[in-house]
Design a protein around this ligand. Structure first.
Ligand SMILES: [Cu+2]
Length: 157
């Protein structure tokens, strides 16, 4: 959360700085109009930093896999898992599997509440999680972790 705010703030500052440097360079009365037309560019830059949602299919075509198995996102982005076949879940909780991993300072998350790690999600439902800490997350489907139903989320700044 903190990193995201700093990023947006940094973009805002550079967006303001650009028209100012434009003024200095051209140095004539037309520079004021240049400043005005530069504003839409600033808005475009801000839009690119908006949080995104990436979708991961859980058990597509009844395979014991996540698709894609690895996703790479930015801080503040959300991953939405869609449950496409029966008997699966999503968890980073260490009690579910030794394969599970979250970065230092990040909280464990799961598509179920509590410690019943074999809780499964109904077909057609979704589970979403928004990543606020950078690093590598390894999650599993508890019932199928031993069969390689493991996924990775890499969160960049
Ligand atoms: Cu599974």
């Amino acid at each position: 959360m903190e990193t995201r705010r700093q990023l947006l703030k940094a973009i805002g500052v550079s967006g303001v700085a650009l028209p100012l440097s434009g003024c200095t360079t051209s140095g004539d009365s037309g520079a004021n109009e240049t400043t005005t037309t530069a504003e839409p560019t600033t808005e475009t830059t801000t839009t690119e930093a908006e949080p995104e949602t990436v979708t991961v299919a859980v058990g597509p075509e009844k395979r014991l896999r996540y698709e894609p198995e690895t996703v790479e996102i930015s801080v503040g982005d959300t991953v939405e898992w869609t449950f496409e076949s029966p008997g699966h879940n999503v968890t980073t909780k260490s009690g579910a599997s030794p394969k599970c991993k979250v970065p230092d300072g990040a909280e464990e998350f799961a598509s179920y509440e509590g410690k019943n790690h074999f809780s499964i999600n109904e077909v057609g439902t979704t589970y979403s999680y928004t990543f606020e800490v950078t690093g590598e997350y390894v999650y599993v489907c508890t019932p199928h972790a031993g069969q390689g139903m493991v996924g990775t989320v890499i969160v960049n700044e």
